[in-house]
Design a binder for this molecule. Structure first.
Ligand SMILES: Nc1ncnc2c1ncn2[C@@H]1O[C@H](COP(=O)(O)OP(=O)(O)OP(=O)(O)O)[C@@H](O)[C@H]1O
Ligand SMILES: [Mg+2]
Length: 400
């Protein structure tokens, strides 16, 4: 079993949220997963269960990890096997408990004893490790995700030991990466022509997908003509070779470039910080002319306007639900149905007449007729949708 402890000394940075989503995703990918809540705040446990279930779990701590720890706390024996709760297919939860904070003192007292091979002290220090391993064996989990609180206390020290499943100090360290390649657009030989569409520009990757952040990388592009006055450098996110197939993030524009030969180097530097903000600097090397832009709103991020709209929608009292759409299969009313049928017949007659009009117009009428007939047959059109298709067909018929 591989164990993953999500630790950060800073509070509220998303450890628990990430632990919750990773656990669900591992389980959905088919890995039997054990989610362990070793934070006495028990936020991970609250994420998995509703209020009623939580009340049951925490009643006397009988279903939480406290039940396993209790004999150590009261000095009556060794850990009891953990009770895990199946939260979804492939996903088991070992619930946390507020009462775990009582273990903090005991763990810190036991820590020095471990170095003197005091068996009791070692039992305390290794209790999380043994509980997690036991729960892993019981559930057949291949991954354990452990959530901990934001501190360097004794519980976390023991929890990190519990994460040391394989004997190595640390198996893997997860770091933030950029999920998309960040590029600058440039002309390449394949296009060559100066009047190429911006979308046809080649993407020159500056920070490749999967790079750990924070990161700073540079690339050099070149001016294209002699005496070029401006360098217009589009910035994009995505994996495609052409700018038009990537998401545009913005543009850096260097203006008033003094006369210099074609092919003068322009150094483009991307600095991506931990918040996902991209700082771009472009410098025309011969003249030192430079421009900087900061791109904070990626395409995946909500714009200020969309955020404001979403907030307003949330603040507004809920409106009555929209009237239900007509049930599938009902189709348009009788009048609309008659009109539509009549038009389809007219279209069929027009198409049967000797050819004399453009093949394109005939093809269009045939396609729109098929669309309308299919819509009527499947009963998926209401009056409005049927009328819209009928009007499109009537328009096309004028060309025949
Ligand atoms: N990727 C995210 N984007 C926006 N909000 C997030 C994201 N991840 C978590 N949050 C929110 O941030 C808040 C803190 O998250 P969470 O409880 O996961 O942090 P934590 O590091 O576990 O906190 P603690 O240190 O107290 O255990 C929550 O309100 C959560 O919904
Ligand atoms: Mg947390």
């Amino acid at each position: 079993m591989r164990t993953l402890v999500l630790f950060n000394n800073k509070g509220g940075v998303g450890k628990t949220t990430l632990a919750y989503h990773l656990s669900h995703m591992f389980a959905r990918l088919g890995h039997r997963t054990l989610a362990v809540d070793l934070d006495p705040q028990a936020n991970l446990t609250s994420a998995f269960f509703d209020e009623d279930r939580l009340e049951e779990i925490w009643e006397d701590g009988k279903e939480s990890i406290l039940a396993s720890i209790q004999p150590r706390l009261s000095g009556t024996g060794d850990i009891a096997p953990a009770k895990v709760i199946e939260a979804a297919d492939n996903l088991f939860v070992l619930p946390g408990d507020l009462g775990m904070s009582r273990f903090e003192d005991k763990l810190s007292q036991s820590w020095p004893g471990g170095f003197q091979n005091d068996e009791n002290a070692l039992r305390d220090t290794t209790s999380f490790y043994r509980i997690v391993q036991g729960a892993g064996a019981e559930t057949g989990a291949s991954i354990a995700v452990i959530d901990v609180g934001p501190n360097l206390g004794a519980i976390n020290r023991a929890a990190l030991l519990a994460g040391r499943a394989s004997g190595a100090d640390v198996d893997e360290v997860l770091v933030d990466i950029t999920p998309h390649t960040l590029s600058v657009g440039a002309l390449d030989r394949a296009i060559g022509s100066l009047d190429a569409d911006e979308g046809d520009l080649a993407t020159v990757p500056v920070i490749p997908r999967g790079t750990a952040v924070p990161v700073e990388r540079s690339e050099t592009v070149q001016t294209v003509v002699q005496g070029q006055k401006e360098a217009h450098l589009p910035i994009a996110q995505g994996e495609a070779a052409r700018l038009g197939d990537c998401a545009r993030l913005g543009t850096v524009l260097i203006t008033d470039i003094p006369r210099s030969p074609a092919g003068s180097p322009v150094d483009v530097t991307f600095r991506l910080d931990l918040s996902g903000v991209l700082h771009v600097t472009a410098v025309h090397r011969p003249s030192g002319r430079a421009t900087e832009v900061t791109i904070a709103d990626g395409p995946a991020r909500l714009t200020h306007r969309r955020r404001a709209r979403a907030r307003k929608a949330l603040a507004e009292p809920r409106r009555a639900p929209e009237p239900e759409a007509p049930p599938r299969g009902a189709g348009p009313g009788e009048t609309e149905r008659l009109l539509a049928r009549a038009l389809c017949e007219r279209a069929a007659r027009a198409l049967a007449a000797p050819e004399g009009v453009s093949a394109d117009a005939r093809e269009r009428v045939a396609r729109l007729t098929r669309d309308l007939e299919r819509g009527l047959a499947e009963g998926v059109l209401d009056d409005l949708a049927a009328a819209a298709r009928r009007e499109a067909l009537a328009d096309a018929l004028l060309d025949l």
